[in-house]
Design a protein around this ligand. Structure first.
Ligand code: UN1
Length: 513
């Protein structure tokens, strides 16, 4: 790890003392048992953080509540200025933070940098947005009346994020929530706690430099039990949760039971349709990056390729050939394409999925397997696999967070491919590879892809922050990041103002005293 500058990166992120004992970072009241973070890259201990007990959580809520009373009064463009400064700090720390992401999560260093770039991008977006939190004006039916709507800060936003994007998904939520005037309480994944502490240290410094309460950004640590403190808490009007469908159903029900709002980013089962008019070279790059990037652990990862039978063999050969060139190993070594899975539990799920796919009748085209020996001692490195499968297989219907790509055929028109693509419970991302305008437009039409993201001649992963990000069906329906996703972080108020000396009632109702 030293050779890849991890120690130096940790120091730059204020995490250098952590190996000595436990650290909870800035503004963290956590005092519970320590959770250790081991790198999937080499199995080494990165550091430990203390978990948040119920009593600690109460302290967090007190500081967050106090901070909100102050923060909501700061004009939105000035809140934007704080987010601008946060973005500047991220630019300075892009390399060390990208390295920590890579080392703690296991994605390639390039993708680690890309993730920090997403944070910077959303900060820039949020800065502009801070002057554009627009409402509408309407014409009142009553004379001498004015009507308009405005958006006010919501309060405390709870953020539960997953290990696979340990920093960017928090930033998507928090950068928007902050310009909206909210304060945020973040529970990062217990699998990537050091990334959480690093981010908290960065924003804490910005807040301190501006004499603002650090309660604007709070960190809580631990597993789902800590998350439940927020989902059950009336003081948290919005819980934004990213993770599995199983987790999302639990969060949604808990939050709905108290009539709170939830923003859910759950599983994907993303497919690329490859039509006879596809550019095969582009298809291969898009599909391989989509399937093996982040070792298949993006919610937007490509899991299914739906290929027209007329070009099936050609595409199959090109993809399997590309897989033979993949280099698997230390993700901080930029010669490698594929890093490790997050932990050995993920390896077991990967192995189980491959067994199941074969039991259901799947044919292995590129065999998987767990890598052993030098450089693979963490036990988390697996070979990306390709299996010929049917969409109806139970295992194909599930999201396995690993580099397993299922190939399937369609025949006839693109509608048949779209039916397969939509024939899963998830609805996050989708793509079509075609140079045929009619096929592309049918895929994008109301009768086309049912996903929140539908791309033409681009793979399923790697969305830009400017668009709203999220999906339909069991993906949870939430939208984060760009477009008008900010509205969920605010409360809407309709205002009617009467500037006359009369009090006419709406709907023409007469009420004379
Ligand atoms: C996720 O996997 O949770 O579109 C987010 C992408 C990234 C974000 C993925 N921009 O692949």
């Amino acid at each position: 790890a030293v050779a890849f500058g991890i120690d130096e990166a940790l120091e730059k992120l204020g995490l250098n003392q952590i190996n000595e004992g436990t650290s909870t970072g800035s503004n963290n009241f956590s005092s519970g048992e320590a959770i250790a973070s081991y790198s999937p890259v080499d199995g080494a201990l990165i550091g430990k953080v203390k978990t948040t007990t119920q009593a600690d959580y109460e302290k967090v809520m007190t500081t967050a509540t106090e901070a909100f009373t102050e923060w909501r009064k700061v004009p939105a463009p000035q809140r934007g200025e704080i987010v601008r400064q946060f973005g500047e700090k991220l630019r300075e720390l892009k390399e060390p933070l990208g390295k920590l992401v890579s080392y703690e999560m296991g994605k390639s260093y390039q993708e680690g940098l890309g993730e920090v770039q997403e944070m910077i991008d959303i900060c820039d977006f949020a800065v502009g947005l801070s002057r554009q939190l627009h409402g509408l004006t309407m014409h009142s039916e009553r004379p001498g009346h004015r009507m308009y709507e405005q958006y006010h800060p919501l309060g405390i936003v709870g953020i539960i994020s997953a290990f696979n994007f340990p920093v960017a998904v928090w930033a998507w939520n928090t950068a928007l929530a902050w310009v909206c005037g909210d304060v945020c309480v973040w529970k990062p994944s217990e699998k990537t706690p050091m990334c959480g502490v690093a981010c908290q240290n960065i924003i804490a410094e910005v807040l301190k430099e501006n004499n603002l309460p650090e309660g604007i950004s709070c960190l809580i640590n631990g597993d789902y039990k800590v998350g439940e403190m927020m989902t059950n808490d009336n003081r948290v009007p919005l819980v934004s949760a990213t993770g599995s469908i199983r987790m999302g159903k639990i969060v949604a029900q808990a939050v709905a039971a108290r009539l709170g709002k939830s923003l859910l980013e759950l599983g994907g089962n993303n497919a690329i349709i490859v039509t006879p008019d596809a550019d095969i070279k582009m298809t291969v790059i898009g599909a391989v990056f989509g399937a093996v990037g982040t070792a298949g652990q993006r919610c937007t990862s490509t899991r299914r390729l739906i290929i027209h039978d007329s070009i099936y063999d050609q595409v199959k050969d090109a993809i399997t050939d590309a897989y033979s060139q993949l280099r698997i190993g230390n993700p901080l070594d930029e010669n490698n394409h594929v890093g490790p899975l997050i932990d050995t539990d993920a390896v077991s799920m990967y192995e189980a999925a491959l067994v199941k796919a074969q039991e259901e009748g799947g044919k292995v085209l590129v065999p998987g397997g767990v890598l052993e020996g030098e450089g693979y001692s963490s036990g988390c490195y697996v070979k990306p696999a390709i299996v010929e499968a049917e969409n109806s297989f139970q295992i194909v219907q599930e999201e396995t967070f690993a580099p397993i790509l299922y190939l399937m055929k369609y025949s006839g028109s693109v509608e048949n491919a779209i039916a397969l693509q939509n024939g899963v419970v998830q609805g996050l991302s989708s793509a079509i590879m075609t140079n045929n305008l009619r096929e592309a437009e049918r895929f994008l039409s109301a009768a086309g892809s049912d996903c929140g993201i539908a791309n033409v001649n681009i793979g399923t992963s790697g969305a830009e922050i400017g668009g709203a990000f999220g999906g339909e069906k069991e993906t949870g329906g939430g939208r984060e990041s760009g477009s008008d996703a900010w509205k969920v972080y605010m409360r809407r108020q309709t205002n009617t103002i009467n500037y006359t000396t009369e009090l006419p009632l709406a709907q023409g109702i007469k009420f004379d005293l």
